[in-house]
Design a protein around this ligand. Sequence first.
Ligand SMILES: Cc1ncc(COP(=O)(O)O)c(C=O)c1O
Length: 393
Amino acid sequence: MEHDFQQLINRQDTRSVKWDLVETLYGSKDVLPMWVADMDFQVPKAVSNALSERALHGIFGYTYTDKQLNEIVVDWVKEQHHWTLSKAWILYSPGVISTIHMAIQSFTNKGDKVLIQTPVYPPFYDIIKKHERTLVTNPLQLNDQKYEIDFEDLEEKLKQGVKAFILCNPHNPVGRVWTKEELQHIITLCKKYEVLIISDEIHADIVYKPHQHIPIASLDEEIQPNTITCMSPTKTFNLAGLQVSYVIVSDKKMRDTLKEMFHKQGMHMINTMGITALEASYTSGKTWLNQLTEYLRINIQYVLEALQNRNDVKVIQPEGTYLIWLDFRGLGWSHQKVKSFLQEKAKVGLNDGASFGEDGEGFMRLNIACPTQRVEEGIHRIIQALDKIKEEE
Ligand SMILES: Cc1ncc(COP(=O)(O)O)c(C=O)c1O
C-alpha cells in the first residue's frame, strides 16, 4: 500500500519539540520549523496498529528483551546492511546518545583524547566535555560542494594518542555516506594507532542510491571487536519519542564492560512501547521505508533545483539522511546576521550551523522530512527574503 507522505498533519499541542517550542526557540509563532531530526510523517500503519493493540492491552509492567527480538535485529541488519551479526552481540539502550555516554565512560579515562570529525552532531562535543575527556577534531574538508576526510590530518591526530574516535556514518550534518575506501582507510589508521571506534550509524537506513551504507565493523574482522556500533529504528521510522536503540559489540569482554556500565548508571530496561515499535517496524516497515526514501529524494531534488545557480546560498547534496547542510557564506555576513535573518526575515526555523562546531559558521541545517508542500513553503520563504535584500541593496 502506498503511504500518503503528502498529508499535512498538525503536530501542535503534542509536546513536539520541533513544533511546540518554535516560539521559545525562534522568537515567534509564525516561524516554520524545519530543524530537529524527526519527521512530519506518520509511521507505517503496521507500527501504529501494533502500538494501538499494545496500548489497548492496558497493562504496562516491566518488559524484557529476548532472543526473538535479537533475531529481528539480526535479520534487519543483514538485509539492510549485509552484515551478519550474532544474536549475542546486541544490547539495548534508550538512545544512541545514552550509549555513547556509556561507551566513553567505559573505555576511556578522564583527560583521554577523543576524536570527532567536524562539523558534527552537537551532543558529541557535549559527551566529551561532560566526561572531561580531551576533544580532538579532524575537520572535514569542503571540496567542490562535497565534504571529504583529510586523512593526513586524521593520522597526525590519531598518532598523538587518541583513545576513541566517534565516527558519524552517515554523517550528520554534512550528509556523507562514507565509502568502502574511506572506511577502510579509517580502519587502517585505527588499527595502526589502536583507537577504539564508536560508530554512530543511526542514519544508516536512509541512504540514496547509488550510495550504500556500510557498517564499519562489517568490513574487517580485526576491527570488529574494537568497534561499538550504535543503530536504531528511531530516525528510520520516526520513533524518536519512544526512546529505543541498540548497540552491537562483538567482543564479549567489551560487551560485558559496557553492560556493567549500563547497570551502574541504572539503565536496565527499554520502554515497552519502544520494543513494540522496534519489532513492528523491522518486521513490517520495509515497503514504507522504500517509499519514504523515494519521497525524501524528491524533496532533496526540489531544494537542489530551487536553489541552483544562487551565490547567496549553496546546497550540499546529502548522500543519506533527511538533513540538508546549507552554505550561506556567499552572503558575506557574520554568522549571527545569517541566523537572525533566517529567523526574523525568512521566518524559517533551521538548526544553527555553529552548534555543530566552529566550522559550521555560515551554515544552517534544513530538515526536509515533511510534505513537499512544506519544503516548498520553507524554500520559498528563504528565496523571497534573500531576493528582497538584493532589491534593497
Ligand atoms: C548522528 C546522530 N546520533 C544520535 C542521534 C540521537 O539519537 P538518540 O535519540 O537515539 O539518542 C541523532 C539525532 O538526530 C543523530 O543525528
